[in-house]
Write a protein that binds this ligand. Structure first.
Ligand SMILES: [Zn+2]
Length: 174
């Protein structure tokens, strides 16, 4: 009987695939390599909720198309300012996963000069007052992704995971 291609996928081959996927997963999450240092230095922390743009617009007018609900996301800060989010690897999950909308978030972002547009560097959720890191996890492969979808290693759907951020050890006061 001829050996099929799937039979050739030994555990070692799968391990290698997982290792390569892990590198990709980590790489795509790291935006610090992409943004110029001068911009990164200007990043600020914003607290508020991510909403569909159309939802904010509809508070003032009913003019937005229904499909506008899917195409734009804004951050409405706790002090009432509204910022548009650039859709990219760091913010894409807010366009794909409704579970992340309309609840407290802490967003580290660069504001494009002279605009109300944010390039997200890092997004963390705030649950019961505690900061959480967000990712999408494949338990069998122990791989984290920046957005929902299928694990590139095993093909299983990845699960939303919000992990409490451990408090930084404070330097003892003297
Ligand atoms: Zn997997």
């Amino acid at each position: 009987m001829p050996t099929s291609a799937t039979q050739l996928l030994t555990p070692i081959t799968l391990l290698c695939l997982c290792a390569a996927t892990r590198l990709l997963a980590i790489d795509s999450a790291d935006k610090r390599a992409e943004l110029p240092q001068a911009q990164l230095a200007k990043s600020k922390v914003f607290e508020g909720q991510i909403l569909p743009l159309a939802e904010v617009v509809k508070e003032e007018t009913a003019a937005a198309d229904d499909d506008a609900l899917k195409v734009s996301r804004v951050l409405k800060t706790d002090d009432g300012k509204v910022f548009s989010l650039v859709k990219d690897a760091a913010s894409r999950k807010f366009f794909m996963d409704e579970r992340l909308l309309r609840r407290p978030m802490k967003i580290t972002a660069v504001q494009i000069p002279a605009t109300q547009i944010l390039v997200v560097i890092k997004a963390q959720s705030v649950i019961a007052g505690k900061l959480h890191d967000i990712d999408y996890w494949c338990e069998p492969c122990q791989l984290g992704y920046t957005e929902p979808g299928i694990c590139k290693c095993c093909g299983s759907p990845v699960e939303l995971r919000e992990l409490p951020v451990e408090p930084q050890p404070s330097t003892p006061s003297r």
